[in-house]
Design a protein around this ligand. Structure first.
Ligand code: 13P
Length: 257
């Protein structure tokens, strides 16, 4: 089995000094308890806000077992796009992963299936891992349309990719109704069907199929136990380093079982 991806986006949180403390704490933990390696069977990743990218990159150091990401990137390599950051710039700052299409970006910043497709292509073109986020609203779920909706989002963003390109993509299924303060943790039962739909199409073809949305220390092991799930994408629980370290330990135990 491939490694379990366990990562966090800090979203719009943390000052530089808070980010530094988190990253230093992680590096120290891996040095003292894992000989500087990732926990066995686990692929850690962290996605700070843009301002902290280089700071975290420096703390993680070269050849870190922890992958570093950005929360968004533009599809053009450079140009007159005020307020945007390109994939080459993200790469230059130390990023290896580009998060694309998080529901918060779709809702508030006009991200569409078409822009996610362009951004996935840009990340792949520059050798970065696209972390494509998909997920349905409560309304779509209530109408029984979850699987069809997320399959459409994924198919649109991944349209036209070669097998090799697809094999470098990570998909994160994050139902909107389960994300953040306004969300509620999903039950395993609710997630089985959409993840089976995604798994049927993408397991073995992509680099990972993650679950995200109110992941916490109580539900993480159960979520990792759902068929096709190969990792967790975490907000609040991992913003405190202790929470993230606990999640790494849960994943390591799961990988060893
Ligand atoms: P929470 O874990 O805080 O619900 O956030 C999940 C998320 O959106 C990760 O991208």
């Amino acid at each position: 089995m491939s490694r379990l991806w366990i990562g966090t986006s800090w979203k719009m949180t943390k000052t530089l000094s808070e980010g530094r403390a988190w990253a230093r704490g992680l590096v120290d933990h891996l040095a003292t308890t894992h000989d500087g390696q990732a926990p066995a069977g686990v692929q850690p990743f962290v996605i700070p806000s843009f301002t902290a990218t280089t700071t975290v990159a420096e703390i993680l150091g070269e050849d870190s077992p922890v992958l570093l990401g950005v929360q968004n990137a533009h599809w053009e390599d450079a140009g007159a796009w005020t307020g945007e950051v390109s994939v080459p710039q993200a790469k230059d700052a130390g990023a290896q992963v580009v998060e694309i299409g998080h529901s918060e970006r779709r809702e508030h910043f006009g991200e569409t299936v078409e822009t996610t497709r362009l951004k996935v292509a840009a990340a792949l073109r520059h050798g970065l891992t696209p972390l494509l986020c998909i997920g349905e609203s409560a309304e779509v779920k209530e109408a029984g349309g979850s699987s069809a909706f997320i399959l459409d989002q994924a198919a649109g963003a991944l349209e036209g990719l070669s097998e090799e390109e697809l094999s470098r993509v990570v998909i994160a299924y994050e139902p909107i109704w389960a994300i953040g303060e306004k969300g509620r943790p999903a039950t395993v039962e609710e997630l089985v069907e959409p993840l089976a739909a995604l798994g049927e199409k993408y397991t073995g073809k992509v680099a990972g199929l993650l679950y995200g949305g109110s992941v916490n220390l109580e539900n993480a092991a159960d979520l990792l136990g759902i068929e096709h799930v190969t990792g967790l994408f975490v907000g609040r629980t991992a913003w405190k380093l202790e929470g993230y370290l606990e999640l790494l330990a849960i994943a390591q135990a799961h990988a060893a079982a």
